[in-house]
Design a protein around this ligand. Structure first.
Ligand SMILES: Nc1ncnc2c1ncn2[C@@H]1O[C@H](COP(=O)(O)OP(=O)(O)OP(=O)(O)O)[C@@H](O)[C@H]1O
Ligand SMILES: [Mg+2]
Length: 535
């Protein structure tokens, strides 16, 4: 038989009373010592310093009604017993320090006493198994039978009767994940796990999210759905405000995002509040964030960190508390290396980063996505469509093969299903339609070539493979050399700065030549450096 241990807070009202009359009233903590069918081996009674006298009285009364029990008092001081954070923190600390021995002892958290806040905290500690025990709830027998022990109920959150509550939570989570996936029963393990994680993070955090992935992989749609999901859970109040940073340039970007005053620049006839303000209490989705100018990035970072920013032309700060979702198809660390993206901003937004795979990387999801696109077509056009059996087999085998590049991802899939459905005769997509579509897709992918490389690719001095093949020693040295080169007017200017000491000691005659040879080891020419600078 395991020992029974009851842990509870002294109830300053329900357990109160130090006069003789106290025996006439129901006192929850004392009542636990009076049940014949629930013999407690040890009581751990938590009380504040103020109620020291009452605690000793309750302990003596328990010793009287339950002489076999060991009785321990613990002082826990809450400055404010209604402050959730504080109460949870104190109880958590107590639990963490307590020498639980579940192999030999059973624990019961008494939840009848203490403030509601304390009761909820005890529930949480049990539910999270930080306290490996059940809850015990006591109640008086009836109003006119005072002085009796009353009744008790044990609530074990681990028991199957409570699995219904868990099941309800799980069902809600499943619905939310389905919602993020647009109701498509995707099969790719990695994708499904990622969406589950996004659901989890989206509902618990207002920190920035960074969505990476190729064009058409669904970044914008996912950002939109995250907002809608948060709305249904009341974890966001404001609107979803979206902007594609690639369409913003220079001052216009500043004004669009941060707003401007009347007359801030030529053409600013009226003041405008800007997208950041519009996203107050909501979500600001900055698509193609890598395209933002450095000065906009600096202001964005400040707004993220402080909630303050300065509209163009204004000397008064504006505020906005928004969640940032950033989308990009670019490698932001490379942009940082090239001095085109702020390192501190990347560090700030690189907390929850999700890489959405392209469709070709999820072959097992192509079929459910085709079905989804067919249903969408039916809904939008009010016309039923289906594949003839052979045609479906052929199309599936092509679309999941290496030949199918799906370089535009969902955009390609959507266009191709729309074309086949439109060309179907009597709502049936036959083999001829499928063959023609396969030819058309091949042609598109050949004409477009591989997906256009992000514009930044041209701006790299050293490509990633080359960089990764270098020793750390060379990486560090080369990074510094390139930094000096980028800041220099010419090869000889850079050479002069880099070999200043040895030139003074007359150890090297030609700085430019020495630098040129060093760069050549990494296949870099001065032209490459100039190209990056002018990009
Ligand atoms: N999970 C999905 N299932 C089916 N269709 C989707 C899915 N996600 C997005 N789409 C559709 O694919 C198209 C492209 O999606 P979206 O604009 O979200 O891609 P993106 O990654 O933001 O692309 P870009 O990098 O070009 O901005 C949209 O028409 C969208 O409705
Ligand atoms: Mg997008």
């Amino acid at each position: 038989m395991k020992k029974k241990i009851v842990i509870g807070l002294l109830g300053t009202i329900l357990d109160s009373g130090t006069s003789r009359k106290r025996w006439e009233k129901w006192r929850p903590t004392v009542s636990i010592g009076q049940f014949d069918d629930f013999l407690v081996d040890r009581f751990e009674i938590l009380h504040t310093r103020d109620s020291n006298r009452l605690a000793h009285c309750v302990r003596d009364d328990l010793a009287f009604v339950s002489p076999e029990s060991e009785l321990n008092l613990h002082t826990v001081d809450f400055n404010d017993p209604w402050d959730f954070e504080e109460v949870y923190g104190r109880l958590y600390d107590f639990a963490k320090a307590y020498p639980f021995d579940p192999e030999n002892e059973e624990y019961y958290l008494h939840i009848t006493t203490g403030t509601h806040v304390a009761q909820i905290c005890l529930f949480l500690l049990s539910e999270s198994r930080i306290v490996p025990g059940s809850l015990i709830q006591t109640s008086p027998q009836s109003r006119n039978r005072t002085g009796e022990a009353g009744t008790y109920r044990i609530i074990d959150l681990d028991l199957s009767q409570y699995s219904k509550i868990h099941e309800r939570f799980n069902r809600q989570t499943r619905d939310d994940v389905d919602f993020l996936k647009s109701g498509i029963a995707t099969r790719n393990k990695r994708f499904n796990e990622m969406i589950e994680e996004i659901e989890h993070v989206a509902l618990r955090s207002n920190s920035p999210l960074l969505l990476l992935g190729p064009t058409g992989a669904g970044k914008s749609q996912l950002a939109n759905r995250i907002h809608a999901l948060k709305k249904t859970h009341n974890t966001v109040d404001g609107s979803f405000v979206e902007v594609n940073c690639a369409t913003l340039r220079g001052d216009q970007a500043m004004a669009m995002i941060f707003g401007h005053t009347k007359g801030a620049f030529t053409g600013a006839v009226n003041a405008r509040e800007g997208l950041m303000k519009r996203a107050d209490q909501g979500i600001l989705f900055l698509d193609e964030i890598g395209e933002l100018d450095l000065d906009v990035q600096a202001m964005l970072l400040r707004a993220l960190e402080t909630g303050h920013f300065l509209p163009v032309g204004s000397d008064q700060e504006s505020t906005s508390h928004f969640q940032l979702i950033a989308g990009t198809n670019q490698d932001l660390s490379k942009r940082v290396q090239e001095g085109l993206f702020r390192h501190d901003l990347l560090a700030r937004i690189n907390l929850w980063t999700f890489l959405l795979p392209g469709l070709a990387e999820r072959p097992e999801d192509i079929e459910p996505n085709i079905n989804f696109e067919m249903e969408q077509f039916e809904q939008n056009h009010g016309q039923q469509v289906r594949f003839a059996r052979d045609a479906q087999k052929r199309f599936l085998s092509f679309s999941t093969s290496n030949e199918a590049l799906w370089s535009g991802n969902f955009r390609d899939l959507n266009a191709c299903v729309t074309r086949m459905a439109t060309l179907s005769s009597g709502g049936v997509i036959d083999s001829a339609t499928v063959e023609a579509e396969i030819q058309r897709l091949h042609k598109t992918w050949i004409e477009l070539g591989s997906p256009p490389k992000p514009s930044v690719a041209k701006k790299h001095i050293v490509d990633e493979d080359m960089w990764l093949s270098l020793d750390l020693f060379d990486q560090i040295q080369l990074r510094q050399v390139l930094k000096v080169c980028k800041e220099s007017r010419s090869l000889s200017d850079a050479g002069r700065k880099l070999f200043e000491k040895s030139r003074l000691q007359k150890q090297s005659s030609n700085d430019s030549d020495r630098l040129r040879k060093y760069l050549a080891k990494f296949d870099i020419t001065w032209k490459d450096i100039e190209a990056v600078r002018s990009a």
